[in-house]
Design a protein around this ligand. Structure first.
Ligand code: NAD
Length: 483
């Protein structure tokens, strides 16, 4: 029977006060995996009260003891690694290896949090005036919350939770209602850590719970990851309510391929970037710009490699690309392909209407390639968030940079080249927060901040790395004289 999901508040599993539950559906098999409550303001309020009640004890727990919980968290998560990865496949639709990679990256964020006793240290200066010393303290700031998307249901919450709590804050997570069960599992693991009550809380739900998080006066700051329109809304609402906020948004990532690049090796890498997780990554390659005579070779090789990808159910080890997350996502992606073609794009490979034997009701979209894409085409401008790759032609390097910088997004951009001069110019001139050089998915590791510019990010301090320590702490300057 489908599991009716609960919230986790003050160290206990509790029923939501929701009157509405939405089914969580395996997009390949259409099996109903669970029922997700539409939690209310009252549910969020209960979590805030529990997090506030737990804050003083937790902030005064020695930091080395707070860190020890992360070592145990890592051990228990390693033991449940395959269970969590399997659930990611079942509720999200990606392949088993992609899910394993996601859980592994999540664990890297737990590793990062174990270095916080070093990173949270601050500085001081003696004798700023006669007999007066000045010191900076970094202190936890209170209750933090995160609102996270469907596409990395196990990893993205771990960008925030370990760092927030090791810094001494208490925490509330509101995951995506499309993929809430991975975090239900993760909180089973967290429950086994025996953290003090109220340190970690989980509220399942959608917009109503998000709004409550953004508006609740007891929450100090909010980390958000999701689409750009919602990131903007979260940024505006949180700042209006006096909160600290970091809001990572959507993307349209470009890859430039120079004529000197090794086309076969580049395309192999671009395949993973474009079609990994069925294109549902904020770092997915969406547009490949072939520079000069790279274009024709690139197009032929992309088509050859893409049409060989095995689409299927993610739990089958032979599957190379799984489903998109839902029937609604499939419909949206296919209609964007249709619109792009109406606006002049030419299909090289059409993934609409693909069927997988044994999973006929599954929400599969096959690898798709379109060429002749002009900058004002929907497939060049808007995030598709599906396995659709647009190819554009640039006359030269400068033209490619202009095309890329014309995008309203600035999440990631990559160049494939063997020429250091182009690589250097690309890093220097392209307006995107994560730059890849001969790397298709420019994903920062846990000790670096996750970049993002223009409409891909709203805020100042990014997630991960030193930015996250700044985000989750309050700085206090102490000036002292002892007579
Ligand atoms: P989404 O914006 O629809 O939802 C994200 C979260 O916001 C969910 O928890 C959802 O319940 C909540 N939400 C949705 N609409 C809301 C509203 N109107 N008011 C309040 N809360 C709302 O995003 P998604 O479809 O779950 O995820 C895909 C998007 O996330 C893509 O655009 C992708 O590029 C982006 N993403 C960005 C990054 C990054 O680091 N920049 C990483 C992963 C995903």
């Amino acid at each position: 029977m489908a599991k009716k999901l609960k919230n986790y508040v003050g160290g206990e599993w509790v029923d939501s006060s929701a009157s509405v539950y939405t089914p969580v559906i395996n997009p390949a098999t259409c099996e109903v995996l669970g029922e997700c409550p539409e939690s209310t303001y009252a549910d969020v309020d209960a979590a805030v009260k529990a997090a506030q009640a737990g804050f003083e004890e937790w902030r005064s727990t020695p930091i080395l003891s707070r860190t020890q919980y992360m070592f145990r968290f890592k051990t228990l998560l390693e033991e449940r690694f395959e269970d969590v990865a399997k659930m990611v496949v079942e509720e999200n639709g990606k392949t088993r290896d992609e899910a394993r990679g996601e859980v592994r990256r999540g664990i890297e964020s737990i590793d990062f949090a174990t270095s916080i006793p070093v990173l949270m240290r601050s500085d001081g200066l003696e004798d700023v005036a006669s007999g007066i010393d000045e010191t900076t303290l970094r202190q936890p700031a209170g209750v933090f919350a995160a609102i996270t998307p469907f596409n990395f249901p196990a990893m993205v919450p771990l960008w925030f939770l370990p760092t927030a709590i090791v810094c001494g804050n208490t925490f509330i997570l509101k995951p995506s209602p499309q993929t809430p069960i991975s975090m239900d599992l993760m909180y089973e693991i967290l429950h086994d850590l025996d953290l003090p009550e109220g340190v970690v809380n989980l509220i399942q739900g959608g917009k109503e719970a998000s709004m409550a998080v953004m508006e609740h006066p007891g929450i100090k700051g909010v980390s958000f990851v999701g689409s750009s329109p919602v990131a903007k809304l979260v940024y505006e609402t949180c700042t209006r309510h006096g909160k600290r906020v970091q809001a990572q948004g959507g993307a349209k990532n470009y890859i430039a391929v120079m004529p000197d690049a090794d086309i076969n090796a580049s395309v192999k890498n671009i395949m993973g970037a474009a079609y990994g997780c069925a294109g549902q990554r904020c770092l997915a390659a969406a547009v490949v710009v072939g520079v000069g005579d790279a274009y024709d070779k690139l197009k032929d090789e992309l088509a050859k490699q893409a049409q060989g990808l095995r689409v299927g159910y993610g739990l089958s080890e032979t599957t190379q690309m799984g489903t998109v997350v839902s029937a609604a996502a499939k419909e949206r992606i296919e209609s964007m392909i249709t619109k792009g073609v109406e606006q002049g794009a030419k299909l090289v490979l059409d993934g609409r209407g693909v069927a997988v034997q044994g999973y006929e009701a599954g929400t599969f979209v096959g690898p798709t390639i379109v060429e002749n894409v002009q900058p004002d085409n929907i497939l060049a401008k808007e995030e598709v968030f599906g396995p659709v790759l647009a190819i554009m032609q640039a006359d030269d390097f400068d033209d490619a940079v202009d095309i890329i910088n014309g995008s309203k997004y600035g999440n990631a951009a990559s160049i494939f080249t063997n020429d250091g001069k182009y690589a250097r110019e690309f890093k220097y001139r392209v307006n995107a927060g994560n730059i890849g050089v001969n790397i298709g998915v420019a994903a920062p590791s846990a000790s670096f901040p996750f970049g993002g510019q223009k409409e891909s990010f709203y805020g100042d301090l990014h997630g991960q790395g030193m930015d996250s320590i700044e985000f989750y702490t309050e700085r206090k300057i102490v000036i002292e004289r002892w007579l």
